[in-house]
Write a protein that binds this ligand. Structure first.
Ligand code: FA5
Length: 342
């Protein structure tokens, strides 16, 4: 067949097939059939070898024009198909912003956080400021300045995690008392919540737990002021009917020292499993700040007195929510935690 005729035939063929192409994928296949390496146009070009040399330039021109025309046809169709396909995709992917959202489960505050927030609120309402000391403490603030020198037997009351000869994980938030009194002149009224660490581990003791320290230093404070404040605090956290009892105790940094008990809010004081039949539940330690501690911080103990109170936050959470194993507060089990939506 004459090349010109062949060209005409190809053009007609392209015009015919193009009409029925409905997707860019089919278009690619057809494009290969004509323009691919072994496609019809490329084969024609290869056949140029058989064309007499004098006809080659004009033939070459015709074939190049055919290739260019074919490419234009396909490109035009391709951009049309692509925009139709894109619109279809957009229509399918349309987002209905009025649809209700996915029902993701609500989070809840951890019981320890709930109690911490409640305690902070109570004390802020009484005019306390918050002080947060470091968790890595040195021996001086955790022990020595709290009237507990190196060979003091009271050091055995708390099993300490030492990081070096002088550095340790604080065993009590009482270390914050010293940091505050060193830097602030009375009147002082601070609340110091935070994590503390001890080598302790059973159903009511954890190696890492949270304490809240309360310290007040001013002129003329007595144990009665401490009891009055504890009474009010306990009523706000456990309920108006709950009473406070101070029991003699020992802490090197307070003199006198007391254990703070509250009347059992489960049985009202008649004795039950929660209070182990005693009618009372211990919530923390307290006392009048030892004059040696005040002196060490540059506060004249003849002019000022102070009282301090420290409690275990997990212990309060266990009492408040009737939790019988402290481990539950550290395991992060959502079946347990989701019961505490505050
Ligand atoms: C102290 O830590 C004193 N710093 C408290 C204090 C402050 C006394 C100010 C005087 C003046 P104690 O070691 O008793 O005291 O601990 C206080 C509370 O922390 C305890 O009543 C208990 O509720 C809690 N607690 C102690 N050890 C653990 C533990 N391993 N896990 C969880 N809670 C604990």
């Amino acid at each position: 067949m004459d090349v010109k005729e062949k060209i005409k035939q190809i053009e007609n063929q392209i015009e015919d097939t193009i009409k029925d192409i409905k997707s860019s994928q089919t278009l690619q296949e057809i494009k290969l059939k004509f323009l691919g390496k072994s496609g019809e146009i490329s084969s024609l070009m290869k056949n140029m070898r058989d064309v007499p040399p004098e006809e080659r330039p004009s033939m070459g021109k015709l074939l190049n024009a055919l290739r260019q025309w074919t490419e234009e046809q396909f490109n035009k169709l391709e951009s049309g198909l692509k925009s139709i396909e894109l619109e279809k995709r957009y229509a399918n992917e349309k987002i209905d912003v009025t649809m209700p959202g996915l029902d993701l489960p609500d989070g809840a505050y951890h019981p320890t956080t709930l109690v911490t927030k409640e305690l902070i609120n109570i004390f802020l309402g009484m005019g306390f400021e918050i002080f947060e000391g470091p968790e890595i403490e040195n021996d001086y603030y955790n022990f020595t300045a709290l009237n507990t020198p190196k060979d003091h037997p009271a050091r055995d009351m708390q099993d300490t995690f030492y990081l070096s000869e002088n550095l340790l994980l604080r065993t009590q938030t009482s270390s914050g008392q010293i940091r505050v009194m060193e830097n602030k002149k009375p009147p002082i009224k601070i609340l110091s919540p935070g994590k503390v660490y001890r080598s302790d581990d059973d159903a009511t003791h954890s190696p890492m737990f949270s304490q809240m320290e309360m310290l007040v230093v001013d002129k003329g404070l007595t144990l009665c002021d401490l009891q009055g404040m504890l009474d009010e605090f306990v009523k706000r956290i456990f309920g108006r009917g709950v009473k406070t009892r101070l029991r003699p105790s020992y802490f090197p940094f307070t003199e006198p020292s007391v254990e703070v008990d509250v009347s059992c809010f489960e049985c009202g004081g008649s004795g039950c499993r929660l209070c182990k039949g005693t009618g009372w539940i211990e919530v923390g330690g307290a006392g009048m700040v030892n004059r040696r501690v005040l002196e060490g911080c540059g506060i004249n103990p003849d002019e000022y007195t102070g009282f301090a109170f420290g409690l275990g936050i997990e212990r309060i959470a266990m009492l408040k929510y009737g939790i019988n194993n402290m481990k539950l507060l550290f395991e992060g089990d959502t079946r347990f935690l989701k019961q505490f939506k505050g």
